[in-house]
Design a protein around this ligand. Structure first.
Ligand SMILES: CC(=O)N[C@H](C=O)[C@@H](O)[C@H](O)[C@H](O)COP(=O)(O)O
Length: 227
């Protein structure tokens, strides 16, 4: 039994300010902790959160597993780009640490394997590999990841950017790796969630469509007043 067992068949909600808008008024640990408390009250089985401050505040506000990540920099690899970021997030209270597991160069010149090793050595946190392709998922599991997520599909040169979620990647990963597969990235409605579970997802992660008033409102406004 580990924290991923608690997630089986459930909805994980990502409580984060918008990555591409530094002025998102939701960029505040207290606010994100209240959002997290609300989604857990609504039935979320886990919360995904960014940065040590938000992870600490959310850990204090909810009693479900917290998936922590540490976005940093503007290089290709920005989700928990180094072992030091990963250990810091685990120390802040994340039960699970989400790490970019693509094979792109990292700012410290080290590898995903180094991050897994550092987490094992210094913390009890589990490792969630954020990937964009099946090959990256398979390599991540060989490197010791406890689970994989489709988070980066559509955000790397190696993966197509579809309007909706990458359900094909969920199915292909579920057939290829012996660990839980989390469906994440551009899930917007119940129908897509159902299709992810049918494709073999262990859990589905939704972010902006649930927790970003800025993202939701911009999307609605652009639909009624196209640019
Ligand atoms: C690519 C990247 O930076 N993804 C981030 C990962 O933590 C978040 O910005 C996303 O909001 C999250 O993955 C959930 O996805 P969506 O908000 O589409 O439901």
């Amino acid at each position: 039994m580990n924290a991923f067992d608690d997630l089986a068949g459930g909805l994980v909600v990502s409580c984060q300010p918008l990555v591409d808008d530094p002025d998102d008024p939701m960029r505040d640990a207290y606010v994100q902790a209240r959002v997290a408390a609300a989604v857990v009250r609504g039935g979320a089985v886990a919360v995904r959160a960014n940065g040590p401050e938000d992870v600490r505040a959310i850990r204090a506000a909810v009693d479900v597993p917290v998936i922590g990540l540490h976005k940093d920099g503007h290089a290709d690899v920005f989700i928990t780009p180094t072992a030091a970021h990963a250990v810091e997030i685990a120390m802040a209270g994340a039960h699970i640490v989400a790490v970019d597991a693509t094979d792109r160069p990292r700012p410290d010149g080290r590898t995903f394997v180094d991050t897994v090793r550092a987490l094992r050595e210094h913390t009890d946190a589990l490792v969630l590999a954020d990937v964009s392709t099946v090959a990256e998922g398979v390599a991540a599991v060989e490197a010791g990841a406890d689970a994989v997520a489709t988070t980066l599909s559509g955000y790397t040169a190696a993966s197509p950017r579809t309007d909706g979620p990458d359900l094909a990647l969920v199915a292909r990963l579920a057939a290829a790796v012996p660990v839980p597969v989390l469906a994440e990235g551009r899930y917007r409605d119940v129908e897509q969630i159902g299709r992810a579970f049918a494709a073999g997802a262990h859990a589905v992660v939704m972010g902006n469509a649930v927790t970003s008033p800025l993202w939701i409102t911009r999307r609605l406004v652009s639909a009624i007043r196209p640019a």
